[in-house]
Design a protein around this ligand. Structure first.
Ligand SMILES: *Cc1c(COP(=O)(O)O)cnc(C)c1O
Length: 329
């Protein structure tokens, strides 16, 4: 408990969570954003790490201790532009754990952004490149590879592994801490979803604290509602012997981005929103997740104020878009 308290977030973190986290600094600030969306605060998850997306960093806070206890190699599945692949490689290298990426082969003549950082973090000869037509079988291929050594963990795309749940839950505890510090209450919370794990863990984290009055606005960057609700049920089940949470499905409100709806799609509206957000709010947001998320939240009005907009971060994700962004200045 003591270690968790010192480094994690606040004193109310349940012992089980606190005892299963890496000693990382997991507190972020909130501040008002002006002239973008009425009466809105932003939570600066991008400030957790300069080079790892904030929401992923929370997941790794519990994935890494789980790996250290049980494994000595991790198979990391994803695309070469994945924020998760680049993020976890940093912490695996730091903790001296062997990483074997299974990556979708993309024939990229000149890697940029995450595709480049990934090659800095991992020698190409240790990467297993999977052809596009084999990609639907990637989990099976990774599982077959992992059979060679029982101390190999296969980490699914997006870090969507149950061991991530505890770290990701710290977000809800940290928001409650922000509310205490600022004497505020956020009934409406806007958060973006890829695999769904980050926002589901947050919802469970609030439920574990007995908060049942909130509205969670989920920007669907990837996946669909049914998959999301299935995952919510699975994770609720998963933690039930440690934390009992009842979730009212009516507290969850799904929103699709108003433009470039499919995952990874980026268009002129999104790229020009990156510039608008930077000029109005001072935030450098990535186009794949956060610019779409902000744009979505801007179009949703809420009855109570203020609302909280979670910036899962990071601006580091902009690196792959430098050339395209030049056209929108
Ligand atoms: C990965 C990611 C998310 C979503 O996380 P999930 O747990 O997969 O839902 C949100 N925002 C950013 C910037 C991300 O990189």
């Amino acid at each position: 408990m003591v270690v968790g308290n010192l480094y994690a977030t606040d004193a109310t973190l349940p012992t089980y969570i606190a005892n299963n986290l890496l000693p990382l600094h997991l507190h972020t600030r909130i501040h008002a954003i002006h002239n973008y969306r009425e009466s809105t605060y932003v939570k600066r998850e991008d400030e957790l790490s300069a080079t790892i997306v904030g929401s992923k960093y929370r997941k790794y806070a519990s994935i890494i201790p789980f790996v250290q206890k049980n494994y000595d190699e991790v198979v990391v599945i994803g695309g070469e532009n994945s924020n998760n692949v680049v993020g976890i490689l940093q912490l695996l290298n730091e903790n001296n754990i062997t990483a074997t990426p299974f990556l979708l082969k993309q024939n990229n003549p000149q890697p940029r952004g995450n595709a480049l950082w990934l090659r800095l973090l991992c020698d190409e000869k240790n990467i297993q490149w999977i052809e596009r037509h084999d990609w639907p079988q990637v989990e099976k291929m990774a599982a077959a590879y992992s059979k060679k050594n029982e101390r190999t963990l296969v980490l699914p795309e997006g870090g969507n592994h149950y061991s991530a749940l505890w770290g990701a839950m710290t977000l809800a505890f940290d928001i409650v801490q922000n509310e205490k510090d600022h004497e505020l209450y956020f009934r409406d919370i806007f958060i973006d979803s890829g695999t769904g794990m980050t926002s589901i863990a947050m919802i469970l984290g609030f439920a574990a604290q007995g908060h049942n009055e909130r509205k969670f606005h989920i920007t669907m960057i990837a996946g669909n509602r049914q998959e999301y609700l299935n995952l919510l049920q699975k994770h609720t089940e998963h933690i039930k012997d440690k934390l009992s949470c009842t979730i009212d499905e009516n507290s969850i409100i799904f929103h699709d981005p108003p433009t470039a709806k499919s995952f990874g799609a980026v268009n002129a509206t999104v790229l020009s929103e990156v510039k608008t957000i930077a000029r109005i709010t001072g935030l450098l947001v990535d186009p794949v997740y956060s610019a779409k998320h902000f744009l979505t939240a801007k179009g949703v009005s809420t009855a109570q104020s203020p609302a909280l907009l979670i910036f899962n971060g990071s601006g580091f994700g902009l690196a792959g878009f430098q050339q395209r962004l030049c056209n929108y200045l």
